[in-house]
Design a protein around this ligand. Structure first.
Ligand SMILES: [Zn+2]
Length: 98
């Protein structure tokens, strides 16, 4: 595996580390942070499938040897919504009035 490649804890896909979310259990504690911090890290694709699997099977918790607080899961789901590539629904058409 190349040095800057990481593996998703859910689907085992390998890719450049910037493609993944990084979860970090801070050294010396059980606090889990997103993106930043020094400590044991786990990586996850920013995809609903991977997030769901990681949550249901506690993949991240096991990889990090710490439990993730509910608020962190909420943050991840929220972030997934923000980064979604789906276009927003079109505004309601009013062309049928004629
Ligand atoms: Zn994945």
């Amino acid at each position: 595996m190349k040095p800057n490649y990481r593996r998703c804890v859910s689907c085992r896909r390998v890719g450049p580390k910037q493609e993944f979310w990084r979860l970090v259990r801070l050294a010396g504690g059980t606090t889990v942070c997103l993106d930043q911090g020094q400590g044991r890290s786990a990586y996850l694709c920013p995809r609903a499938d991977c997030l769901r699997l990681a949550q249901r099977k506690n993949r991240l918790g096991r990889a990090l040897k710490a439990s993730l607080p509910e608020t962190l899961w909420e943050t991840l789901w929220q972030r997934l919504g923000e980064t979604s590539q789906d276009p927003p629904p079109p505004p309601t058409a009013e062309e049928d009035d004629r």
